[in-house]
Design a protein around this ligand. Sequence first.
Ligand code: G1P
Length: 294
Amino acid sequence: MQVKKAIIPAAGMGTRFLPATKSMPKEMLPIIDKPVLQFVIEEAVASGIEDILIITGRGKQAIENHFDYAPDLELFLQEAGKPELIEQVRYIGEQCRIFYIRQKVQRGLGDAIRIGRRHIAGEPFAVLLGDTIIDPPNDHAQPGLRQLLDAHERTGGSVVAVHRVPREWVSRYGIVDGKPCGEGDDLYRLQRLIEKPSPAEAPSELAIAGRYVFDAEIFACIDETREGVGGEIQLTDAMNLLAQRRPMYALAWQARRYDIGNRLEYARCFLDYALRREDTGPALRDHLRKWLEQ
Ligand code: G1P
């Protein structure tokens, strides 16, 4: 069955970006001129997703406005003689159907996903964290989520993206324990998953990287999941249950990942994109060269 639906959890408070996130969702932080969440939605659409449910919360109205029509802005741009910008502001909301549900109390990532149960209606579905940008390693590679969906179609199981991190970082992530499916394969059959383990208890350095494809059975597993790390209902703990019941895989992909929930990663992402763009790259490179020589 082809996966056409996705959930994007975007309800977090973004405390690491205060005061910027006092009145602006962290998912709307810009990378030059495009909000992080737009990158995430474009990846989903490029991967074949047609229906996206965004889990929002209080103070997240800017997200709905961004993906809606803005007739007054379009009129202004028309009168200002900038029709090319009209296309840019209009197309975002037209690529797929976007729905919203608000999470009233923040009880963790697992709880946020559970809110989407009725919308998903028993189908397999994707999850993309709204504060993570995934860049394919080169121009010819498939979008990040597409790589996961291919692995899901090949195996029929749930699949989570992982990337290798230094051991001293494992306590920031969900860590997986699995066996490679074949020689030189980047796919692992999962046995166990642990959320934010200490370096001593981590079974590997493979960290969950913000993209998932789930069998709808995950909802029953979330129901059975008790509060875990940080007193929250952790998605990773529910996945650990799912791995005991259904085939579950991790794909160790080559994609570049930016965790925008982290200030340094955000700065790195902004800089990488600015350096790559034709309108900002050459001048910024000159600037950096001079700056480094000082
Ligand atoms: C969440 C997940 C974790 C995953 C991480 C990826 O943690 O719980 O398993 O590795 O996202 O960014 P958070 O960053 O919300 O603490």
